[in-house]
Design a protein around this ligand. Sequence first.
Ligand code: ADP
Length: 630
Amino acid sequence: MEKKTVLEELLLKKSQQKKKISPINYKKRLFVLTKANLSYYEYNKGKKGSKRGSIEIEKIRCVETVNLEETTPPARQYPFQVVYKGGLLYVYAANEESRERWLAALHKEIKDNSDLLNKYHKGFFINGKFLCCNQTCKAAPGCTIWEKYVTLCCTTESVKPLPPGPEKLWKHRSLPQVLSPDKSVLNMAVAQCNWEETEGNSAFRLVRSNKYYVLQEEDSGWWQVRDLEGENSGVSEQTLAEEQSIAKHDWYAGYVSRVQCEQLLHQKGKEGAFMVWKSSQAGMYIVSVFSKLPESRKGTVKHYHVHKTPQNKYYLTENYCFGSIPKLIHYHQLNSAGMVTRLRHAVSTQVNKVPTTASLGNGIWELKREEIVLMRELGSGQFGVVHLGKWKGKYDVAIKMIKEGAMSEDKFIEEAQTMMKFNYPKLVRLYGVCSKLYPIYLVTEYMANGCLLSYLRSHGKELQPIQLLEICYDVCDAMAFLESCQFIHRDLAARNCLVDSNLTVKVSDFGMTRYVLDDLYVSSLGTKFLVKWSAPEVFHYAKFSSKSDVWSFGILMWEVFTLGKQPYELYDDMQVIEKVSQGYRLYRPQLVSDIIYQIMYNCWHELPEKRPAFYQLLSFFEALREDNRA
Ligand code: ADP
């Protein structure tokens, strides 16, 4: 590692108080920044003395200013903090210019670090607590979004290798029963407690409330999971008895957000419309009911937590306890008993989907055509007409009827096997095909609220900014999964996402452009080629990558926050190619804050390697969501 000095200056250093009793003092030290370390030395009579401390650059996780305390002497007006693995250092520059210089130099050196924080503390840690949030642990997670994070992690020169693909061999280890399913499907799970691998060399950790991809369920209750960094492990399944007993009721919506629930109940708009859902935040069941009483004309939604007594009885209002949640709901369907109104109309988010546990077998899942009944037309697209249908008389499915000559069928059937393995809650599932006769049927998960672009155009005005953010989060979540499987979508846009009955957004049509036979669509010179969603390296050289998907994701975010506007409305494709190549980018939509625009803008970096990866975007969205919940 290079020893050359990047920056050197006399600064004031606050004692780190590593022990509670160590005194607070401020000492002048000569700070020396090299590419490997930030070190500080004694300095006396113009001479550099002995080294008093040093922090390795690669251990630094955040460098940012600190808010001033109430009374601060003139010598300590320009503090900044260096958060690193194992400590927190406060340093004072002599003036703003000097502080800026140190921040800029440190940011430049740390930008490739893998563990940068997306949140920090803007207040000092003094007398055993942070002044900003009163947390008492020095290592407590930050309380404020670190805005610089997104710029830093998005301009990494060297791209981190992708997490390992699904083919990586699984390691089996014994684990406590700590996972519960997300959205009542078994392929995303939320850890119920912290757990750390203690055997072997692995660093696999479950962190309470964090999400894990469940890639495969094996017999005997083993789940194979992967964390967001791509580390895999085998874990044991939690007993799901409670969840299963209520999941069959049409009033149960599984994991939805509070805003989604409110929107669904408002959409229904009937006195006593209700649903029961599970909060991933509070880990509790919540009964929500819509009422126009006592005086609100628009109606309001009231939320009641389902409480449990030490004897495992359920109640909403203390006087009425029941042995199970269905019994409790049944009672309140007949009696308001302390609620604003009785539960009159169950609002269902349940479409009868094909169970996620259905075995896909080893080869292509060839479905029997006679088991599929076509019901009504849902729309039509590049490959042909799409129908709602029933499979085996009970499951709702969408059926794409492929028009002859529209698809390179053999190629598709070869790939379909891989695509069917993508069993992820934010991806529209491909169940199977009927390929023995024409027209070929492509059978997929049915999404009751149709295409995202139409949904934004028709319902967008009812959505609050936090819901728009949630849509971007869902799509980013799906894309982070595809990225971790090293799978490129190639045609990400709002028109290729679908909205579920509970308003979750899922990504569809992944990889499908490879099978389109229409040259006008496929060739970047063709009239149907969608230039406006394409990265420059795609429209110039047809060079697709996860980073070209990131560009399209930026455009999709823009579509979401403009409620479905056409990007670059005033320009035709040739003009877009010219403008984008000259550095022109889409404007900031009205509903977009600085920080969200910054995210989109980073997706449109001319150089693919300087765009953020989806997993980096995902952690940023997660921090924003947490902030909105707080
Ligand atoms: P293609 O991929 O052939 O271009 P699309 O996937 O765009 O076709 O489908 C055309 C329309 O059909 C969509 O805009 C949407 O309204 C409807 N549709 C497609 N798939 C589904 C689905 N799985 N569930 C509900 N509606 C769907």
